[in-house]
Design a protein around this ligand. Structure first.
Ligand SMILES: C[S@@+](CC[C@H](N)C(=O)[O-])C[C@H]1O[C@@H](n2cnc3c(N)ncnc32)[C@H](O)[C@@H]1O
Length: 381
């Protein structure tokens, strides 16, 4: 674990300049036009830095949420008046992690918290600002409050030693965030959180991380009942990937070998698990990657749904219900489609909360299905 007491080293050459005082925007590099900028929020005692190109930084700076409620640098738990339902403690072989202090029910909000660092995932910097010297990232943290910087720099660094500490920490702890209300498949953004970034990985996780763009908070919800003392985990990898692919991904991006239950099965059970996950992946891809959902029978949909359940892939189970209901609406029995949609809604409310983008999409589907149900001639394709 990185516990190094950190002081910001001055960059080899200081390329930054103050672009605007209010909002507080710093240009990362005066030597070239279009360099990324750092926006510090809220202005004054900044506990969030947002890093992107100037138009995006100016757009985010103008969001009303920054003036309506400033959070403190500390994390906020689901119910402010009650103690958090988890504690952070050492987990053998994993560093720190979150452990349930009491029983947590499926759907419970475990923590909601603002990131300290938020950035476009891939940014163009000058050739002399590298991961190895960390100049760009150290400069980005320069105007954060002492408290925010200290909690960020206390996070784990799993990156190899040739990387500077700061990009090492940021890369180890980043989770996907969104700056648009709707998911944008063309652009990725990441954030680092004081507490959420402590959640460890499991290939059959007990919780789900979701970024609520409207409040700019990451949220962690239990997706199944979790017992007191049990570790709270999310997945860093595609849950429906087979073991070999998950292992390869986790070693390449997070530098650890996963020894969760799903990765430590006997060879026969491992084969079975991989086959089930492959079935889940193929079905989801077949439906999601087509503009028009393909014809898939209720039997096949139900079979893969069952396999997702057997694998404990709760989020994929909900996705199959939602995607399956689209297929069933088009080709089969509308009554079953409506039932699947309602089940998907109930599950997604538990997974992502009532206000999530997915729940809104499901509500749109429910409205369409209700109209179809009373249409004089059923739609036949
Ligand atoms: C985002 S951090 C999670 C919190 C971290 N354990 C800590 O001490 O702050 C990610 C790092 O935690 C460790 N980690 C997470 N899940 C793990 C797992 N299932 N097995 C082993 N190490 C894990 C790895 O070092 C990984 O790069």
């Amino acid at each position: 674990m990185s516990t190094t007491k950190f002081s910001l080293l001055p960059p080899a050459s200081n390329t930054t300049y103050l672009c605007s005082k209010t909002p507080h925007i710093v240009c990362s590099d005066k030597r070239y036009e279009g360099a990324p900028h750092f926006l510090y929020l809220p202005h004054g005692k900044a506990d969030l830095v947002y890093v992107d190109y100037l138009p995006s930084v100016e757009n985010v700076a103008a969001w009303p949420i920054w003036s309506s409620h400033c959070r403190t640098a500390s994390s906020s738990t689901a119910t402010e008046s009650q103690p958090p339902c988890f504690r952070i403690k050492e987990i053998p072989g994993k560093g720190l992690g979150l452990v349930a202090r009491r029983r947590i029910s499926a759907g419970e909000l475990i923590i909601s918290e603002r990131p300290i660092y938020a950035a476009r995932k891939s940014l163009c910097c000058a050739a002399d600002q590298t991961y190895e010297n960390g100049i760009f990232y150290r400069a980005a943290l320069g105007n954060l409050s002492e408290h925010a910087r200290t909690s960020l720099l206390g996070l784990e660094n799993s990156y190899p030693s040739q990387y500077d500490l700061v990009p090492g920490i940021l890369n180890t702890n980043c989770l996907e965030i969104r700056i648009t209300p709707e998911p944008d498949p063309t652009t990725s953004f990441v954030g680092c959180f004081p507490t959420l970034s402590r959640v460890n990985h499991d290939c059959t996780p007990s919780a789900y991380y979701y970024f609520d763009n409207s409040t700019f908070h990451g949220q962690l919800r239990a997706i199944r009942d979790t017992m007191e003392g049990e570790e709270i985990t999310i997945t860093y990898a595609e849950p429906y990937a087979v073991r070999k692919d998950r292992q390869e991904f986790l070693q390449r991006t997070r530098f650890f070998i996963c020894e969760c239950r799903a990765c430590m099965l006997t060879p026969e059970l491992q084969c079975l698990s991989d086959r089930r996950r492959e079935n889940v992946r193929n079905l989801i891809n077949r439906i999601e990657n087509e503009q028009f959902p393909p014809k898939i029978s209720l039997e096949e949909l139900s079979d893969v749904l069952r396999k997702a359940g057997e694998e404990g892939l709760i989020v994929d189970y909900a996705r199959i219900l939602m995607l399956g209901s689209q297929v069933l609406t088009l080709y089969n029995d509308l009554a079953i489609a409506m039932e699947w949609t309602q089940r998907a809604r109930r599950m997604f409310v538990k997974i992502q909360g009532e206000n999530s983008y997915t729940v809104k999409k499901i509500d749109d589907a429910i409205r369409v299905q209700s109209l179809l149900a009373v249409a004089p001639t059923p739609l036949k394709i």
